[in-house]
Design a protein around this ligand. Structure first.
Ligand SMILES: Cc1cc2nc3c(=O)[nH]c(=O)nc-3n(C[C@H](O)[C@H](O)[C@H](O)COP(=O)(O)OP(=O)(O)OC[C@H]3O[C@@H](n4cnc5c(N)ncnc54)[C@H](O)[C@@H]3O)c2cc1C
Length: 367
């Protein structure tokens, strides 16, 4: 960093390189990429409670390594994603509903027919409210494309039939993707790898454009409207392009435990049941970028408007799902953004990270 500063050289930082916003982990020929892939340390403490892991590697290598120690590390759901970018961006795992320590995990993954999707969304909202008052030991994640809905259920600790998943049991299943298993995080993630369409087979430069919109979840109304808007946006795409709708549930328990542990949260998170919608298009041809953006923007505008009208919009934008135009830092609220600016000034008084860093969610772009 000293050399880059002295020579006034532009730079970009890269861990595993999965962020697909052009210029954020790369720089033109007049700059330097700080590539961190060799920072691949993996050390487990003697009591097996803490792991020290290097920023530059993929979660794949962490999951493979940790299995031999009979403990779990919860990282990204797609093994190809990097440790550094994922952790810095906010950390939505397959297991986000939980607040307790993880001992072992039960899981099921099912494919549902598209005509069951509304029932699944309603059941998901019920589930989110259910875990507010319960142990918080169960987790649901789902992703849908016009072809199918992929539902993942996870439960901490072995149970023969988890009561939390009852609302889903009456919905017909198209295919059990993975049968109920008492297994490890790694087994699940390797089995489901690539199922979201962002996996290794779908990855190519410029093949992704997504967004993040957050909402409170008093009932299933807006979620079902957001799904209708998703179908409308998907209908403008060309063959080969795929729009994915993934309402990621987040509970007040997580916000509360974050506050208790850290004395607050700089992202201004709301304490209550909420969805952070992750909506993205994958596409084979970079020339389809504008159409992908159009579909995602169409969905964002419609859902933001409806959420505002219904009084359930949350300003929060989730960094790991955001796009090049998202104003992530100011979405945390003025007080928090001011705190971020003050902190940046303290550690980077000359604003090198803001001026020489090629691109990113930078203060200078939002101030
Ligand atoms: C297939 C797929 C699935 C995904 N699923 C999820 C998911 O379930 N949940 C979720 O939260 N996110 C998910 N993401 C988003 C992913 O977490 C982010 O794109 C993340 O930034 C990727 O991290 P990386 O290290 O691979 O990327 P990189 O491109 O290397 O880094 C991402 C950003 O972080 C910066 N950065 C990385 N390391 C450092 C460092 N050590 N110091 C300073 N800056 C650094 C880079 O400059 C860049 O701007 C997914 C992405 C993909 C491609």
């Amino acid at each position: 960093m000293r050399v880059l500063t002295a020579t006034n050289t532009k730079f970009a930082v890269r861990s595993a390189g999965n962020l697909d916003i052009p210029g954020w982990n790369a720089v033109g020929s007049d700059g330097v990429i700080v590539a961190l892939e060799k920072l691949d340390k993996k050390v487990l403490s003697a009591d097996k409670k803490y792991a020290t892991i290097g920023t530059g590697q993929q979660w794949r290598s962490v999951y493979k390594w940790i299995e031999d120690f009979d403990v779990q590390i919860i990282g990204n759901r797609e093994p190809q994603v990097g440790v550094g970018g994922f952790l810095l961006g906010g950390i939505i795992t397959e297991f986000e509903v939980m607040t307790s320590n993880i001992v072992d995990i039960n899981y099921e993954v099912s494919l549902y027919a598209p005509n069951s999707t509304r029932a699944i969304l309603k059941a998901y909202v019920d589930f989110l409210h259910e875990v507010e008052g319960g142990t918080g030991d169960a987790s649901i994640q789902l992703e849908m494309t016009p072809d199918h809905t992929l539902v993942f259920y996870g439960h901490v600790g072995h149970v023969s039939s988890a009561p939390e998943f009852a609302p889903f049991r009456s919905i017909p299943v198209m295919t059990p993707f993975i049968p109920p298993t008492n297994g490890t995080v790694a087994q699940l993630l390797f089995a489901a790898e690539g199922s979201s369409g962002q996996g290794p087979n779908g990855a190519s430069p410029g093949s992704y454009y997504g967004t993040s919109v957050a909402q409170k979840v008093p009932d299933a109304n807006l979620t079902l409207e957001a799904y209708n808007e998703y179908l409308a946006a998907a209908s403008i795409l060309e063959p080969g392009m795929r729009l994915v709708f993934s309402p990621q549930g987040f509970t007040s328990g997580l916000v509360r435990s974050g506050r208790a542990r850290n004395g607050g949260n700089v992202m201004g998170l709301f304490e209550g049941p909420q969805f952070w919608h992750d909506v993205y298009v994958t596409f084979p041809d970079v020339n389809q970028y504008a159409l992908a953006q159009k579909a995602v923007d169409q969905w964002t505008t419609a859902v933001t408007k409806k959420a505002k009208n219904e009084g359930v919009l949350l300003p929060y934008i989730y960094a790991n799902n955001a796009n090049a135009h998202s104003k992530v830092l100011s979405s945390y609220g003025k007080k928090n953004f001011d705190f971020i600016k003050k902190t940046a000034k303290k550690y980077d008084p000359n604003g090198i990270m803001q001026t020489l860093q090629n691109d990113g969610f930078l203060i200078r772009k939002e101030a």
